[in-house]
Design a protein around this ligand. Structure first.
Ligand SMILES: [Zn+2]
Length: 227
């Protein structure tokens, strides 16, 4: 995953869009911005991990980001835009490195990682698979296929590794994401539960009520759903 960052995928919002975003912010408090609970909650809480495949009947309506770099689920787009607009107004500069992926792309990305690990580290296919699926899920098991996840990094540091934690952008996202309905999906010291290594760039949209509880209590989506 580390070398796979797409260059220069900027979410620079034009002045007019920023102005609209700010107007929206003033009109409604953040927690009310996404409207009342309309029975969409279950859908926003869809669990996709190593043990839970994407439901076969899952359908996603996509909304492309303004720069055309990637798409995300329609129901998350407004929250993502609001979060990044507010963060930008606060002096941060973000890059959305990855949003929705279909199963074919997920397969391709994983296969590339496996081949690289086999070549560079002399691993067997199975060893490389075990290693790489700590970060990149097999097709059908990636949250990116829901359209409700985004990898967000700092414009000034676009490498997907631990140093992302030291950027102002990542700090801001971790502090503020829940207000917009996002959680840090793969926290530190929860690897046994999520079965994914600490990934501080991967944010998942779950809606504000769930996000605020999950982030406040420092739990994972798995723990939240099991209770
Ligand atoms: Zn991700």
């Amino acid at each position: 995953m580390r070398r796979r960052i797409l260059p220069g995928i900027l979410l620079i919002l034009a002045g007019i869009v920023t102005a609209i975003g700010l107007l929206e912010n003033q009109a409604l408090p953040v927690s009310d911005r996404h409207g009342p609970d309309t029975g969409q909650t279950d859908r926003l809480l869809v669990l996709v991990n190593k043990d839970h495949a994407l439901p076969e009947d899952y359908e996603v309506e996509l909304h492309w980001l303004q720069n055309g770099s990637c798409a995300v689920a329609e129901e998350m787009y407004g929250a993502l835009r609001a979060m990044l607009t507010d963060g930008s107004a606060d002096g941060r500069a973000f890059v959305v490195a990855s949003g929705y992926r279909d199963a074919g792309l997920q397969q391709q990305l994983l296969e590339e990682d496996i081949q690289t690990a086999m070549k560079n580290e002399g691993l067997t296919w199975q060893e490389a698979y075990e290693k790489e699926t700590r970060e990149t899920m097999p097709p059908g098991y990636s949250e990116h296929e829901t359209g409700l996840a985004a990898d967000i990094v700092s414009l000034g540091y676009q490498v997907l590794d631990a140093a992302q934690e030291d950027t102002e952008e990542n700090r801001w996202l971790r502090e503020n994401c829940s207000k917009y309905g996002f959680i840090l999906r793969y926290p530190k010291q929860k690897e046994e539960i999520t079965k994914v290594d600490y990934e501080l760039w991967h944010f998942r949209y779950v809606g504000t009520a769930a996000a605020e509880e999950i982030m406040l209590r420092g739990i994972t989506l798995e723990e939240y759903l099991l209770e």
